[in-house]
Design a protein around this ligand. Structure first.
Ligand SMILES: CC(C)(COP(=O)(O)OP(=O)(O)OC[C@H]1O[C@@H](n2cnc3c(N)ncnc32)[C@H](O)[C@@H]1OP(=O)(O)O)[C@@H](O)C(=O)NCCC(=O)NCCS
Length: 181
């Protein structure tokens, strides 16, 4: 991988821009019911859904809101992560991350959340970053809590219970290499 394409790099993973050639990977990821179980989204079935996402992601990136592909240092795509905004909270950045099951429990979400939280709070100067987590998604809650995200409240959505977390600069449990500059 040309290092110029790496938006965020770390010895364990790098994040890069999504392009039209990533549609098949995105369909594999978001078409997997195990991956989508706690996201509140319906698993994708067609390549067209992946292509629409890529198009939408590009449009949002022009406003600074973007999701990237997470890859291992040897260029294997393993997940999707970045920021999104919800219509009812238009000013509030929300962190999003998901990985193929064969890469779970190897610390990839933890390091990705570290990288993105550092970027949002210290580079983009967001006052706080939000995360919403399905009540039963214990792995996701664990990752966020290890990074210093604080449970703010619970809410019902789509008939399920969700946790709303926020992290502020003073709460962020940043790794030494991801401290504020
Ligand atoms: C949730 C998810 C992102 C976690 O990714 P990951 O790369 O496996 O996470 P990490 O390896 O960095 O850390 C997982 C942590 O959760 C813990 N964990 C895993 N399964 C758990 C469970 N069932 N109960 C409690 N803790 C659990 C692990 O032990 C680890 O904690 P530790 O480092 O203290 O041991 C991944 O499972 C995933 O992509 N799921 C599908 C999509 C999704 O739910 N995304 C999040 C939406 S908010």
């Amino acid at each position: 991988m040309n290092s110029a394409q790496q938006v965020f790099s770390h010895p364990l993973v790098y994040l890069r821009k999504i392009n039209s050639e990533d549609a098949i990977f995105l369909l594999t990821l978001n078409g997997n019911p195990e991956v989508m179980k706690y996201t509140g989204e319906v698993p994708w079935r067609t390549l067209r859904e992946a292509e629409n996402f890529i198009e939408q992601n590009h449009k949002l990136s022009l406003q600074g809101i973007e999701r990237w592909l997470v890859c291992t240092p040897d260029d294997v795509p393993i997940g999707l992560a970045g920021f999104r905004i919800f219509d009812d909270l238009p000013e509030q950045w929300d962190i999003s991350f998901r990985f193929l099951p064969q890469f779970w429990n190897q610390g990839y979400a933890f390091i990705t959340v570290q990288i993105l939280t550092h970027h949002a709070l210290y580079k983009c100067r967001q006052k706080k970053l939000r995360a919403q987590v399905h009540e039963e998604n214990l792995a996701s809650a664990r990752v966020l809590e290890k990074c210093g995200y604080q449970l703010d409240h619970r809410f019902l959505w789509g008939g399920k219970s969700w946790r709303c977390y926020y992290v502020k600069p003073e709460d962020f449990q940043a790794l030494p290499e991801l401290q504020a500059d």
